[in-house]
Structures are given as C-alpha cells and as structure tokens.
Design a protein around this ligand. Structure first.
Ligand code: BES
Ligand code: MN
Ligand code: ZN
Length: 495
C-alpha cells in the first residue's frame, strides 16, 4: 500500500473514495460538515433517516453525490466523542480498510485527523493508521502452492492533514509508520516460517540478505567453533542435541559513526523448542516454532531503523539454535560453564532460553553499550501473569524501564513491569553449581529474569518477556510482529 500526506479541499479532491467520519448522536466531523454543505445537506438527511448512526466502526458506502468530486464517499462511524480512545480508533481504521477493500476503489483520501484522541497529536492518528492498514494486509503464503495474493484493488491512500504547515511533520509520521510496518512484516515472516525451513542458518542468511547493499548495516556470523573459543558453554549446551548448527548472528547498524555508544538488542532465537530431554507435551507443540520471535523482532527492528536512516548506533545480537532431544543432548543435572565463568546446573533442559541469552548478554559487553535490551519468548508463566496484552519488562535500571514503558504507550505496543527484587534470587540457588537454571513454580517470569540479571551487571539492562505477545494461537494463528513497534519507538525516542 502506498501512503502520502495531503492537504486538500475534500470537496474538490478527485479520488476514487473520500473517507469521512461521523460521530454518534447525529454529529458531523469537521470534514463531514464541509461535505454536508457541498451536497445541500445530504449527510444530515442520511443521519436523520437512521440509515447511518455514527456508531463506532459502522460504515456506509455512497456512490458519487452532487457537489463533491470524489467517485465515492465512505462514511465511517466514530462513536461518541467522549468514548474516543485508541481502541475505538483501531476499530474505525479496521472497518474503513475492510469497507475500502470490498469496494472497487483503487485509491482513497482518508480524513482521519477529524478524530481527536486524548493526549495524542493528529500525526499519531496517521502513523497508527499506516501501521494498522499494513498489518491488516499481511499474508503469509510462502508455503502455499497457490498464492493468496493481494486481492484488494486499493493501492494508494492519501491521508488528509489539517494544515499545509503540518505536511512535513505528517510526512515523517507516515514514514515511521511505513518503516515499522516493514519491520513487523519481516519479523512475522521469520516467525511464521516453519522450523524445517527457519533454522539458525536460515535466520543468518536472511540477516545477510537484509544487509546487502545497506552501507550502514553489517552482519557477521559466529559458528559453533567460534563460540567454543569464546567459552560459551551455556549456549553450546542447548545446541548439543541438534543436528542444525547454532549461529551467533550480529547485526551492526552504524548511523552515528564510530563514537556513539550503541543500543544493543539481544533476541532469543530458538528456532524450535521441543524442551530437549525435558520434553514438552505434544499439545500445541507446533507453536514452539515461534520461539525465535525475539530474534525476529531484532531483525525487524534493525530493518525499520535502517529504513529510517536514524542517526544512532544499534547492535542486534541473536543466539540462534534448536532445542532437541538426542544422544548428545544436555541432561537434567548437567553442569555447564558460561562465558562469564559462572557455572549453571541445568535442572530442566526446557529452560533453554536463558541458557543461550546469558552467553549472548556477556558477549554484548564488547560493544560498550549505552543499554542492552533482551527480547525473548522466555516463560509460559508470563502468559499466566499478564495474558497476551502487554509484554513483561524487568531490569536493573529504572530510567531504562520507564523509557520502555513510555515508548510502548506511545506506539500502542505495551509493556508492564514485574518486580526484580533480590528476595527472588534464592529461588535459583543450586547445591552443585553457582546457580540453577530454574526457580520452581512461583514467579517463573521473575526467576528467569533473576537468572539473566547475573550476567548483566556491567551495563543498564532490561528484559522483555514476549511469550504472550509475539504470536496468537487459534484460528488466527501467526506471529504478530511485536515488539518491533516498541523497540523502534524506543530507539526513535533516544534521538
Ligand atoms: N519457549 C518456552 C516458553 C514458552 C512456552 C513461551 C509457551 C510461550 C508459550 C521456554 O523455553 C520454556 O519452555 N520455558 C519453561 C520454563 C520452565 C521449564 C522453568 C516454561 O515456561 O514452562
Ligand atoms: Mn523451553
Ligand atoms: Zn523456549
């Protein structure tokens, strides 16, 4: 979909479809007023007749009417003024795009800044609309023999801006929306790709492909032999049972030259999590192909940052491996030595995410980070605690955590903090090593973060548990592209 910012007279604008909003209780939006006047009260009459109420998400498609240049007018209800919030806005945009998709329109002019949302400037509407519309058009058909293709005729949407002076800022918002969408699509493609294709090697290849021709983006890949030299005994203990070689992928985006300290993103890349010798039960095990969605979000975010050409340095680190049972696989009770020198008793081979992350987090030190954020589908307990609305955030620096919370609110990709109190640390004590890799049934998300906190003492660090947000199950099963919006917004907010 092509998006542009436009400041134009809605009555005079030639377009296949003019989209305007109506409030409930027979109230016209500013643009609807103009169109109503131009058509000698046609919209008012429609509202009086009861054919359109303005209920949030209600749509009515009108063919050409006298006094207005557009071939069609799509009326979209925006509900009661006082009930307006971002959820209602999502509903409006989704109804709009589905009605436009059902119509014959190839292009449209949408007047979405008539809607005003508490504490949001009008450009927010535009950026959000771009993300929502692109997201609604996402299809994963790479594995289908007959492609679904993009069936809707609509190709171009112009977004009406409130003033000529506002065009430039609106253009930036649209640009950001597009970049975030591209990053999300990339993350979703990687996540949805089945694990027999999406191996550690495949992720490395995709990262390389992405960097091709991008001057500011460099990708390098460490092999298992390199990891052995670096003494990454914890990471290697997870890949021990897999025929697919593990890869440690580093993506370096240099937008701020040699000096700027980078934001470092570390993404869990378990391309399939069987649980290893602590084998998972069979139900819904297919969804463990999504256990690399942290890695996918790192790739997607670097894609967005590169597209926006942001003046900042960002490093992505992806420990990528399968977690498989095998004759050579790690066994419960095995003790391994991490790159940091700390030893770990592996009581459950299904708590593998933290085992690959801890070595990647130690490796991250070499980039002299301004902060490190790891992103991982780490614990089922996170879904029990918070459901599928926010990602969990924990960390060792309040400012970093609060910045992530703020960026999440701004872009509607929310996070919620869980406490990382020292009292929880005892749960991962071990009789045989420096620590155990599990902390019992209580507070599973927190004890997982406790484990990681022992490897992140030398920098500001936050951990995002995306177990509940990275994909959806059921009929709409698929990767969501989260938290690419959050991470991209966070990086923009650092500028
Ligand atoms: N990848 C899983 C976490 C997960 C499970 C995310 C289900 C989303 C849905 C992780 O590797 C795992 O298996 N965690 C264990 C940890 C436990 C053994 C301490 C879990 O959550 O059960
Ligand atoms: Mn696991
Ligand atoms: Zn896992």
């Amino acid at each position: 979909m092509e998006f542009t910012a436009k400041f134009t007279n809605p009555q005079k604008q030639r377009t296949n479809c003019l989209v305007i909003t109506l409030f409930e209780a027979k109230k016209l939006s500013a643009t609807a007023e103009i169109i109503d006047k131009a058509s000698s009260g046609y919209l008012s009459r429609l509202m009086r007749s009861g054919d359109v109420t303005g209920r949030a998400g209600q749509t009515l498609l009108l063919q050409k009417i006298d006094g207005v240049e557009a071939d069609r007018i799509l009326l979209v209800g925006s509900g009661k003024d006082k009930d307006m919030n971002q959820l209602v806005f999502n509903k409006i945009v989704n109804s709009m795009i589905s009605a436009l998709g059902d119509s014959g329109a190839k292009d449209a002019l949408a007047c979405l800044t008539d809607i005003s949302i508490n504490n949001r400037d009008p450009d927010w509407n535009l950026r959000q609309a771009v993300i929502l519309i692109n997201s609604s058009q996402y299809r994963f058909d790479q594995m289908k023999s007959k492609k679904i293709g993009n069936k809707i005729k609509l190709q171009k949407i112009a977004l009406q801006v409130q003033s000529k002076a506002g065009l430039k800022k609106a253009g930036v918002a649209i640009q950001q929306g597009k970049a975030i969408s591209t990053g999300m699509d990339q993350a979703r493609d990687l996540g949805n790709m089945p694990a027999n294709v999406c191996t550690p090697t495949y992720i490395a290849k995709q990262a390389m492909l992405m960097a091709k021709g991008e001057k500011k983006l460099k990708v390098s890949v460490l092999e298992e032999a390199d990891m052995r030299k670096l003494k990454m005994g914890s990471l290697l203990s997870v890949s021990a049972g897999s025929r697919q070689p593990a890869k440690l992928i580093t993506l370096e985006y240099k937008g701020a030259g040699a000096k700027g300290k980078p934001v470092v993103l570390v993404g869990k890349g378990v391309t399939f999590d069987t649980g290893g010798i602590s084998l998972k039960p069979g139900a819904a095990m297919d969804e463990m192909k999504f256990d690399m969605c942290g890695a996918a979000s790192v790739v997607g975010t670097l894609k967005a940052v590169t597209a926006l050409n942001l003046p900042i340095n960002v490093v992505g680190i992806i420990p990528a491996t399968e977690n498989m049972p095998d004759g050579l696989a790690t066994k419960p009770g095995d003790v391994v030595t991490s790159m940091s020198g700390q030893t770990i008793e592996i009581l459950n081979t299904d708590a593998e995410g933290r085992l690959i992350l801890c070595d990647a987090l130690t490796y991250a030190e070499k980039f002299k980070p301004r902060c490190v954020i790891d992103i991982a589908t780490l614990t089922g307990a996170c879904i029990v605690a918070l459901g599928k609305i926010p990602s969990a955030v924990l960390g060792n620096n309040a400012t970093l955590i609060n910045n992530l919370i703020d960026s999440g609110k701004e872009i509607e990709d929310k996070v919620w903090e869980l406490p990382l109190w020292d009292e929880y640390q005892d749960q991962i004590n071990s009789n045989f090593a420096d620590m155990a890799n599990i902390g019992g049934r209580d507070a599973g998300t927190i004890t997982a973060a406790c484990f990681l906190s022992r490897f992140t003492k030398n920098y500001h660090w936050a951990h995002l548990d995306i177990a509940g947000t990275a994909w959806t199950s059921g009929e709409q099963k698929g990767a969501t592209g989260r938290p690419v919006p959050l991470l991209t917004q966070f990086i923009i907010d650092q500028l």
